[in-house]
Design a protein around this ligand. Structure first.
Ligand code: MN
Length: 393
């Protein structure tokens, strides 16, 4: 029985929108926030107020619309910016300030142009200024996975002393391995002596964002940053749907649970793609067009006997549409029979079915896959295959 609740911190509207080429109007941001709220996300990072007026307007609108989730905004540790965030979040049922600063040598020297002591000082002044102005405040060390562990640890301990409710580490460049995240989270839990929970923010530059996020959860992280479809800077962030389905599928092993509403997952992903004007690769886990689609003869044969042979979950349980089968050069007899029967036909004899299967494989090897069932019936007729009428199954 799952006994540990994980906070899903969705940053589709902030890190997701930072993806090159993605732009959301305030109206689109509100529609997405509403869907995230309905899907059971715990915290919605609505934006970065310092971005400008349109962003501020969108966040104010979101605060009025969101009923259950906490609304978070991102801020640098600058007093005027924190006060702007306080004003913008004043209508939220539950408000969260997300303060961040970079802690790696390369970021401090070449981006912030600050020495570590000044990074520490500024951050703590910011945290103390923010404390009490929001329902909760969390602090993220940017580029934490390329930071000196001693400095990172000092920052986290000081952040806790200065009043944050959670400390989070970002694998900003997406270059950590799962075992690094495990060690880092375990180390930080010890460093803050369990006084505040730990969060993680993982990027996907090595395709490890989901794996790193799961490793962090296993190590004791309480909050995980995700985006729907994994959209985000560069190669994106940990994807909400991958993290969630992994946790659900392995819940007896991991003993954790989330507040995500299973049925709404597919429609949430579709909404994000539509509002953002993006598509995902054919083979994207869980939501790509091929994620639940089959062509290989052996796989289709298995699927027709029992879908669980080649699908570990039923996509319909998640509101994700069934992928179905394609007829192509890898097709076998079982699929050809199935497609004929779906159209109310059968091959007159087993030998005719064999001939049709061979012809289909030859045709599709040369010219690509069939698109529809109708094309198969038409193709059979043209090739002189004898079919008989059957009831439609
Ligand atoms: Mn990020």
């Amino acid at each position: 029985v799952p006994d540990r609740y994980i906070w899903i911190y969705d940053t589709t509207l902030r890190d997701g929108e930072q993806a090159p080429g993605v732009h959301l109007t305030p109206e689109k941001k509100v529609r997405i926030a509403r869907a995230l709220d309905e899907a059971g996300v715990d915290i919605i990072e609505a934006g970065f107020p310092a971005n400008g007026r349109s962003e501020q307007k969108a966040i104010r609108m979101i605060c009025k619309e969101v009923e259950n989730a906490t609304v978070a905004v991102l801020s640098r540790p600058i007093k005027s910016e924190i006060e702007l965030c306080e004003d913008i979040l004043s209508r939220a049922n539950s408000s969260r300030l997300h303060l961040w600063i970079a802690t790696s040598p390369i970021h401090m020297e070449h981006k912030l142009k600050l020495v570590p002591d000044d990074v520490m000082e500024r951050t703590m002044v910011g945290i103390r200024h923010a404390s009490g102005r929001f329902d909760s405040v969390h602090f993220t060390a940017e580029d934490a996975t390329r930071s000196h562990l001693d400095f990172l640890t000092d920052m986290m301990r000081e952040a806790v002393r200065s009043g944050v409710d959670l400390v989070s580490v970002a694998d900003t460049l997406g270059c950590a391995l799962p075992e690094h995240m495990t060690l880092l989270v375990q180390h930080l839990i010890g460093a803050v002596k369990g006084r505040v929970p730990i969060g993680v923010h993982c990027h996907n530059d090595l395709g490890l964002a989901t794996a790193n996020t799961l490793a962090a959860i296993r190590a004791g992280a309480k909050q995980v940053d995700v985006t729907v479809t994994g959209i985000g800077e560069r190669a994106g962030n940990a994807s909400l749907e991958q993290v969630y389905v992994s946790l659900l599928f392995h819940e007896r092993h991991l003993k954790v649970k989330t507040g995500i509403d299973r049925d709404k997952l597919g429609s949430l992903c579709n909404l994000i793609m539509e509002e953002m004007g993006i598509s995902v690769p054919l083979y994207q886990p869980l939501i790509g067009e091929n994620a639940f689609k089959h062509e290989s003869g052996i796989h289709v044969h298995g699927m027709l006997n029992n879908p669980m042979t080649y699908e570990f979950v039923d996509p319909k349980d998640f509101g994700i549409s069934e992928g179905g089968f394609t007829i192509g050069k890898h097709t076998g007899k079982a699929a050809v029979r199935f497609f004929l029967e779906r159209n109310g036909y059968a091959a007159a004899r087993e030998e005719e079915l064999n001939r049709l299967t061979e012809a289909v494989k030859e045709r599709t090897a040369e010219k690509g896959p069939f698109l529809t069932d109708d094309e198969l019936v038409e193709f059979a007729r043209k090739n002189g295959i004898e079919l008989v009428r059957r009831g439609v199954v």
